[in-house]
Design a protein around this ligand. Sequence first.
Ligand SMILES: Nc1ncnc2c1ncn2[C@@H]1O[C@H](COP(=O)(O)OP(=O)(O)OP(=O)(O)O)[C@@H](O)[C@H]1O
Length: 315
Amino acid sequence: MIEVNELTKRYGRTTAVHNLTFTVRPGHVTGFLGPNGAGKSTTLRLILGLNDPTSGTATVDRRPLRDRSRGLRHVGALLDASDVHGGRSGRAHLRALARSNAIPRGRVEEVLREVGLAGAAGRRIGGYSLGMKQRLGIATALLGDPPVLFFDEPLNGLDPEGVLWVRGLFRRLAAEGRTVFVSSHLMSEMENTADQLIVIGRGELIAAESVTEFAARATRQSVTVRTSEPATLAGVLTAAGAAVQPGEGGALTVTGLDANRIGELALEHQLLLQELTASTASLEEAFMELTADSVEYLAGDAGDAGDAGDSGEHR
Ligand SMILES: Nc1ncnc2c1ncn2[C@@H]1O[C@H](COP(=O)(O)OP(=O)(O)OP(=O)(O)O)[C@@H](O)[C@H]1O
């Protein structure tokens, strides 16, 4: 289990993460979502103990990871897939990590097979495609068979078959009772990958709930309705509690009442309907809307973030 409590991280004048509190439970694939610059990578680095928070705490299975003494057998992480020594082979890279974490050599061959790199394991990593590097990064995370796994943008560079494979892998790891925490800036990727969501924007928590709950809360249904007497129908629907907007070509766009109820009201008032169409905003649209403020803030603040400078910590 990952527990983040009132976590804040400032870089100069830039607040990357502000007063963030959430819990990630084992047995689920939990998506960590937010637009670019929302603070996802910073949060992951704070949880992993790679950077120190300005204030607040982050623990994994009730202990901070700051000392990093627990190694790959406790926590596996894919952070930056291209951050590997290009001159080594994939197999040599994994063997070196296995050695320093007291993991048996045989496990290297197992994870290579698992991620589909057995055939390319003898080749230099420098010659790997981005997708192959992602697979190697996933193999690294799996190497110690850890109960807690972090994946930062794991679908980057993967082809459709690779994406399906990763989704199946994450589901299996969660079903085995592990904690699986996966970040992405794309709702469309998380919709089919995660069952729980932590959504942040501008370093702050926007939602912590299941994908189903988020979808029910975030997506809005509207109904397009067309009639020969739009003003009368608009009056009837407004009186029944709906919000009515004039749409294209005399149509009305109605929110707050479902299509069935609109049909019943039209019948009660003997109004002839020429169209009655329900439409639901996609989860991607809902996510964009919910996080729109943070995107605007960053677009207007880009120069400022640059001025703030680096605190000297390596990203
Ligand atoms: N070392 C640093 N020095 C200065 N500012 C930083 C540093 N690391 C992150 N930031 C700033 O903190 C904010 C959050 O960045 P972060 O990389 O955590 O976001 P993110 O959600 O992971 O974005 P992306 O999806 O683009 O990776 C940004 O404004 C970023 O510029």
